[in-house]
Design a protein around this ligand. Sequence first.
Ligand code: SF4
Length: 383
Amino acid sequence: MNAISTKQNLLELDREGLENFFADTLGEKRFRAHQVMKWIHHRYVTDFAEMTDLGKALRAKLEESAVIVVPKVQFEKPSADGTHKWLLGMDGGNAIETVFIPDKGRGTLCVSSQVGCALNCQFCSTATQGFNRNLSTAEIIGQVWVAARHLGNVPHHQRKLTNVVMMGMGEPLANFDNVVRAMSVMRDDLGFGLANKRVTLSTAGMVPMIDKLGEVSDVSLAVSLHAPNDELRSELVPLNKKYPIAELLESCVRYASRKKGTSITFEYTLMKGVNDQPQHAKQLARLMHKFDNAVQMKDAAKVNLIPFNPFPGTRFERSADEDIRAFQKTLQEARVLATVRRTRGDDIDAACGQLKGQVLDRTRRQAEFRKRLAEQGIGDAAA
Ligand code: SF4
């Protein structure tokens, strides 16, 4: 092991972990951890020498036993509509994408939780690359850190980043501990200070983990439903064979019932001729009514309709605009709250479902390009 690898990356720790590190490893007062959290997440400082309200001796101790390592930006790309995408390098040649989407009065960051995904949803480009590994807490919160620094975000004062959605690459509940710890920093006043409802975790429906999430966290929950009956959903989202719709909705009812006024968003990607027919909309409306009744709250279920974004090699197509409108109308006439997600960042492949598919390809292409430049004596192959 080299010297760096024995040091604690402070980005791995939430407030409690950092306090324990200060008390148990450094023999310091726990409140010192709060000062360091502010330096990291409010001022984006990663060099202990710049943390001027810490004594010299403490700074020296920190140099010896800790580091602050943030993900490396391999490249970034702004889009004409204000969307901004970062490709962040992970170890072993892996890369993940993080996307910022500004909208009226809010700025949402879409964050990844794994490199690849094992759940194999049929319409998802991440699924085509299989599962590689879980992201660490530092790699998850690091995505927020990189974006927030770029945006000039100042928690509590100049908020540019107002919402985080765990909807990027991977199934967040399959990387439970790291995701929960990272979400705790997102919501901590000493971290990014986001309200619970402004942090959303999106799951394909890992039923036992939804219950576990309800025990430790109070974030907003979104569920990738995509079909209104088990036969179709098991085809599109294979996890449904293990946790069918009825079980999934029961766990959602338990999650929503913990706190009065909690609603859950059901995501429904519309694919031409697959799940966008009038009978699907009617079945979906019945499911949503059932959910509202169980939670005993009107509009406890919100439906978010997502026009499918085709990617190379997919057998699915986007539904026609008139079919999307008709689907929404059927839900609305049945008094179900239904919105259509506006597609953003099309010109940089950052729209939902496109976030990840070409990452590996692109990383490989980029590496080959650098190699060719280096062979010609231009640039740096290791850059
Ligand atoms: S939709 Fe989500 S859960 Fe399903 S394969 Fe893609 S990343 Fe995984």
